[in-house]
Design a protein around this ligand. Sequence first.
Ligand code: TYD
Length: 134
Amino acid sequence: MEIRKYQFQIHGDERGQLVALEEMKDIPFEIKRVYYMYDTIEGVRRGFHAHKCLEQILICIHGSCKILMDDGNEKVEVPLDKPYEGLYISNAIWREMFDFSPDAVLMVLASEYYDEADYIRDYNEFLKYIGKEN
Ligand code: TYD
């Protein structure tokens, strides 16, 4: 599985750091939605779904967490701990988020509005969706 990580430009100076993200430039899609997770309880694992038609960039803008990406053939764990680094996740990838540090803020930029009908929340259904019956 190809892991696409984006290193964003940091506009740092003696005052501190600033990262700016523009759709179709730094982010490879039009951003319709932004959401973020924080105060995640220690030991919690979340996600457990794939999408039919959604592109996302995940940025751990504070603290750290890990992302499991599973394309049905291969599972890869990707650590996220840099506010200037984005992990791209396309549709048809099963994802789980875990190992959140207490101060973690995981921000997600998404190409579509929230639509529960776009979710595949059952792993066997996911395997069927990608044509991999088990
Ligand atoms: P959920 O899908 O359970 O989060 P995760 O995939 O990280 O485990 O979402 C939690 C709640 O938030 C659920 O009630 C749906 C709601 N939600 C929205 O209203 N809009 C959104 O964009 C997202 C991602 C979730």
